[in-house]
Design a protein around this ligand. Structure first.
Ligand code: ADP
Length: 166
């Protein structure tokens, strides 16, 4: 199975890369961003300072430092507005993160539920976009060995992921 779900703290995962739901500064924040920086250590912030920020939908890679994951792919989700651009931008985050992962020869990537915390994207809507985009990418890159782990933080989020996985 190339698409998997998992419940818990993404910073614990031993994978090639975990994705960070960052903000445009890439200098850390609350939520999963804060957890990743705390677990990775100050070397991560030092590398991020050299990246010059990140636009919404873009993805940039750093090393994982003290994390069990080898790399962190930082992407900036859209702040939810309810407009038609929200799902497009959110989908772009997943697509660009997977593109960067494949460009670096990585074979396992774990995603948090981008934009569904502080950025206000309703979880179920965001998850449908996320699963559709990841499934599309995996179909389009069927010849590439890539394992994608969708990480749910809460019990109810995980229950919805189980439904989406079918
Ligand atoms: P955003 O600003 O993109 O909304 P948040 O970090 O506020 O990012 O929330 C994104 C998602 O990450 C939320 O669903 C939240 O429950 C989840 N989350 C928070 N901490 C962790 C963690 N340590 N591991 C996995 N998911 C987490």
């Amino acid at each position: 199975m190339k698409l998997e779900i998992w419940q818990g703290d993404i910073t614990k995962l031993q994978v090639d890369a975990i994705v960070n739901a960052a903000n445009k500064s890439l200098l850390g924040g609350a939520g999963v961003d804060g957890a990743i920086h705390r677990a990775a250590g100050p070397e991560l912030l030092a590398e991020c300072r050299g990246l010059g920020g990140c636009e919404t939908g873009e993805a940039k890679i750093t090393k994982g430092y003290r994390l069990p994951a080898k790399y962190v792919i930082h992407t900036v989700g859209p702040i939810y507005t309810g407009s038609h651009s929200d799902p497009l931008l959110l989908g772009t985050c997943y697509r660009n993160s997977l593109r960067v992962a494949a460009e670096h020869g990585l074979h396992s990537v774990a995603f948090p539920a981008i934009s569904t915390g502080a950025y206000g994207y309703p979880f179920e809507d965001a998850s449908k976009v996320a699963f559709a985009e990841v499934r599309k990418w995996l179909r389009e890159h069927a010849d590439y060995d890539m394992r994608v782990i969708m990480v749910a933080y809460s019990d109810s989020d995980y229950a919805f992921y189980q439904k989406l996985l079918g």
